[in-house]
Design a protein around this ligand. Structure first.
Ligand code: 0X9
Ligand code: ZN
Length: 661
C-alpha cells in the first residue's frame, strides 16, 4: 500500500475522488485477508477540506478525524469500509492513504516505532542504568489484554521524598499515535543521560520532579503493532473506549464525545470507567503537577483547556501557549506555525479529555501538542529523530517555566508535627469561575499556582481540622516561594491568655473571666475553690461571669474548647479575690480619727489614705477598724476627696473607697 502513501502538498481542493480500479481490487483483497484474521480493519483516507468548518462537519458527522494537514488542506479520516459511502453522501471526496495492518509485521521502517514490550524494556534499562534518577512506578497492574500502565519518575535522589514542583508528560492516549511515545522516551533518555553533564538538566532534576507516562494506552498500542495500525481506543472487551473522552471533569458535557460503542470517540459508560484514566488521575491527584503536557498526533496544534469553553485563566494560558508556539518548530522547521488556543475553538469540541481534567480538577496548567503535519505514523527514518528533537523545545519550555514563571510555590505543613498537608488553597485575585475544583497541595504538601506577574495576591490555605490562614504575597517576574505552617484546630483551640491572669491577686468580686481560643464553637467552664474545679456552666463566647465570689478566696478555673474535632482542655488557672472590702467611712473628732466599716479585716491590716499609711490602725473586728494618729488630719483635709484602702503586708488590698468630709 506504500504507493498510495503520498506526501507533500497537493491542490486537494480540486481533487476528484481518487480510487482507481486497481487500488479497489488491492484494497478489497487486503480487507478480506485482514477481516478473516481479526475482524474489520480501518482505512485511512485523505479528505480535501474546503475550509475549517469541514473539520467540524466531519467530527459532527461522527467521523474519526485522525489529524489535519493544514498546509495541504486535507484531513486524514479513519473509516470502515461501510463509512466510505456515508462520507461520499455528505459531499466529501477522498483518496485512500492506508489500510489497517499490523504495524509490527511490516517489513519496513515503520516497525522501528516502539511497541509496549520494547517500551517496558527501555524503562527497565533506564532504571537500571540510572537508579538514582529514574524510578518505574506501576499505575495499573492489569489492563484488559495483559499490559501494565507504567509511569516513570525522574528527579535527583529519586528514591527519597522531595518537596519539589512537578511536571507531567504523557503520550499515546490514542494507540495509533506512535510518534508520541518516541517523544516521551526521548525525554526520559535525554534527562537521565544529561544529568550532571548539562547544567540545565542538572538544575531541572535537582529542583523538579518529572513524571512521564510514555504510553497511556499500552493495550491499544499492542493491538496497533499486532493487528490494526489505525486503532485509536483502548481494548476494553465490553466496548473499546476513547481514553481522551473518558476523563471525569465535565465528562459528556458538550457533545464532544459519543455514547455509541461503535464510535471512535466513545466516552465509555461512566466518568473514568477505564483503568487507564483511573491510573492517570490517581497519579495526578497525588503529585499535583504545576504544568502538564499531553502528546497526540497529528496536525500541529498546541491546545489547552477546555474542550467545551475557555478556561478561567485564559490570559495565563494564552501567554504560555503563544510564547511556546513562537519557539516551537513545525515539520517544515518553521516557528509560530502551531495552531494555538483552547481546544474547543482551535480544533473541535471535546469533553472528557485529559487536559480538561488535569486543569479543572487537579489544577495543572495542562497543554496538548499534536505533533507532525500529515500522518500518525510518518516514515520513521525520516521523521523520528527530527520530531523528538523539535519537541525537546516544548517539554523543556515547561521545565523552564516550572522554575521561572511568575507563580506562588511552596510547601504546606502541620505547624506542630511538620507533616506535609494536602491543604486546598485559593487565590483571591485569580478566581476560578468555571466550576474548577479548588486547588490542593500534593501528597508531599507541595503547592503551586502560575499567576500573572507584578501583582500582589491573597492566598488562603485551608484544611479540615486546621485553622484557615490567609497570606499576602507579591509575585514579581518569577517564583514567589512561601512555605506555610497550619495550626490544627484542636491545637489552635487550646484556651490561652486568661484574664484575670493566672495566680492574679486582689480581684474584684464582680470579676469576669475571659480567654482566647481559635476555631472553637463553644466552651465548658469549670470553676470552684478546689484545684480540680467542677463544671460550672457553658459559654458560647470566650467569657464567663462567676456569681457570688467571696472576699479573700482563691478560685480555680479551667476552660474546655468544643469543636468538630471534640474537646480541647486548657490548663487550670487560679486567681484570688480581694481580702478586704470597705463599705463605709466617717470621721470622728478629738482626736481626729476615721471609723471604717467593711469586711475581712484582720489584725495587721493597715489603713492607707491616698497611698500613705496612717500612723495607727486599730482593728476592732472583721467589720470595723479605726485609723488615727499624728498627721491624719493633714492627710484628710476638709472638702477634699481621698481614696481609702485597707491593705496588708502581703499585697492584699481592698478596692479604693472615696471619702470626704
Ligand atoms: O481528539 C482528541 O482527543 C485530540 N486529537 S486527536 O486527533 N489526537 O485525537 C485533541 C484533544 C484536544 N484537547 C482538548 N480539546 N481539550
Ligand atoms: Zn490523539
Amino acid at each position: 500500500m506504500d504507493s498510495v502513501r503520498t506526501k507533500g502538498p497537493t491542490p486537494v481542493a480540486f481533487l476528484p475522488i481518487i480510487l482507481p480500479a486497481a487500488l479497489i481490487f488491492c484494497l478489497s483483497l487486503l480487507l478480506s485477508v485482514a477481516a478473516a484474521a481479526a475482524g474489520p480493519l480501518h482505512l485511512l483516507v485523505e479528505v480535501p477540506l474546503r475550509g475549517d468548518s469541514d473539520v467540524l462537519r466531519l467530527t459532527a458527522g461522527g467521523f474519526d478525524v485522525a489529524g489535519v494537514n493544514r498546509a495541504a488542506g486535507t484531513a486524514g479520516v479513519v473509516v470502515t469500509e461501510a463509512e466510505l459511502e456515508r462520507l461520499k453522501s455528505m459531499g466529501f471526496s477522498y483518496a485512500l492513504k492506508d489500510v489497517g495492518h499490523p504495524l509490527r509485521r511490516r517489513a519496513e521502517v515503520l516497525s522501528d516505532y516502539t511497541d509496549p514490550v520494547e517500551l517496558g524494556a527501555f524503562i527497565d534499562q533506564a532504571q537500571a542504568a540510572y537508579p538514582n534518577l529514574v524510578k518505574k512506578v506501576v499505575l495499573k497492574d492489569t489492563l484488559f489484554e495483559g499490559q501494565k500502565l507504567i509511569a516513570v519518575k525522574i528527579t535527583s535522589d529519586v528514591n527519597e521524598d522531595h518537596d519539589r514542583p512537578v511536571f507531567l508528560l504523557d503520550a499515546q492516549h490514542h494507540a495509533r499515535e506512535v510518534m508520541t511515545v518516541e517523544i516521551a522516551k526521548d525525554a526520559i533518555g535525554y534527562l537521565a543521560s544529561n544529568y550532571g553533564k548539562d547544567t540545565k538538566v542538572t538544575e531541572w532534576l535537582d529542583k523538579i520532579e518529572v513524571w512521564v507516562v510514555a504510553c497511556v494506552n499500552p493495550d491499544g498500542a499492542e493491538y496497533v503493532f499486532t493487528t490494526d495500525n489505525m486503532w485509536r481506543k483502548n481494548r476494553d472487551p465490553i466496548c473499546a473506549v476513547d481514553l481522551n473522552r473518558n476523563y471525569g471533569w465535565n465528562w459528556n458535557a458538550c457533545g464532544g464525545s459519543s455514547g455509541a460503542c461503535s464510535s471512535e470517540i466513545y466516552r465509555g459508560p461512566s466518568p473514568e470507567s477505564e483503568p487507564e484514566t483511573q491510573g492517570v488521575t490517581a497519579l495526578a491527584d497525588e503529585i499535583r503537577p504545576l504544568f502538564s503536557l499531553s502528546y497526540h498526533s497529528y496536525g500541529e496544534y498546541l491546545l489547552y483547556p477546555y474542550g467545551c469553553e475557555n478556561p478561567s485563566e485564559m490570559a495565563v494560558y494564552d501567554d504560555l501557549g503563544q510564547t511556546l508556539n513562537g519557539i516551537l518548530e513545525d515539520d517544515n522547521g518553521e516557528r509560530g506555525r502551531y495552531k494555538t488556543g483552547p481546544g474547543w475553538s482551535t480544533i473541535y469540541e471535546t469533553d472528557g479529555s485529559s487536559d480538561d481534567t488535569l486543569y479543572g480538577r487537579y489544577g495543572a496548567f495542562a497543554f496538548v501538542i499534536e505533533v507532525n503535519s500529515s500522518d500518525f505514523q510518518p516514515d520513521y527514518s525520516q521523521w523520528r529523530d527530527v520530531t523528538v528533537q523539535r519537541q525537546r523545545t516544548a517539554w523543556q519550555y515547561f521545565l523552564d517555566k516550572t522554575l521561572t514563571y511568575p507563580s506562588i510555590q511552596g510547601q504546606v505543613t502541620d505547624a506542630t508535627t511538620g507533616q506535609p498537608l494536602k491543604a486546598t488553597f485559593t487565590v483571591q485575585e485569580a478566581a476560578l469561575t468555571n466550576g474548577e475544583t479548588p486547588r490542593r497541595a500534593s501528597a508531599r504538601g507541595r503547592y503551586g499556582w502560575p499567576l500573572q506577574g507584578g501583582k500582589t495576591y491573597h492566598v488562603t490555605f485551608s484544611m479540615p481540622g486546621y485553622i484557615t490562614q490567609t497570606r499576602e504575597v507579591a509575585v514579581g517576574t518569577g517564583t514567589a516561594l512561601m512555605d506555610v505552617q497550619l495550626t490544627s484546630t484542636s491545637q489552635g483551640a487550646v484556651p490561652r491568655d486568661p484574664a484575670p491572669q493566672d495566680k492574679a491577686l486582689n480581684q474584684d468580686l464582680a470579676a469576669t473571666l475571659t480567654w482566647s481560643s481559635d476555631g472553637a464553637t463553644g466552651y465548658e467552664v469549670y470553676f470552684g475553690t478546689t484545684p480540680t474545679p467542677p463544671m460550672a456552666g457553658t459559654a458560647t463566647t470566650n467569657s464567663y461571669s462567676p456569681s457570688s465570689l467571696e472576699l479573700g478566696r482563691t478560685y480555680y478555673w479551667q476552660v474546655v474548647a468544643l469543636g468538630p474535632w471534640g474537646k480541647t482542655a486548657g490548663p487550670v488557672w487560679s486567681f484570688s479575690t480581694r481580702p478586704y472590702a470597705i463599705t463605709g467611712a466617717k470621721k470622728a473628732a478629738n482626736p481626729f480619727r476615721l471609723l471604717v466599716s467593711g469586711a475581712g479585716f484582720v489584725s495587721g491590716c493597715t489603713l492607707k489614705v491616698d497611698g500613705t499609711a496612717v500612723a495607727t490602725t486599730q482593728v476592732k473586728g472583721s467589720a470595723r477598724l479605726v485609723g488615727k494618729g499624728a498627721g491624719l488630719k493633714v492627710l484628710v483635709p476638709k472638702g477634699k476627696t481621698v481614696q481609702l484602702v485597707v491593705g496588708d503586708g502581703a499585697g492584699g488590698a481592698s478596692e479604693p473607697f472615696p471619702f470626704s468630709w
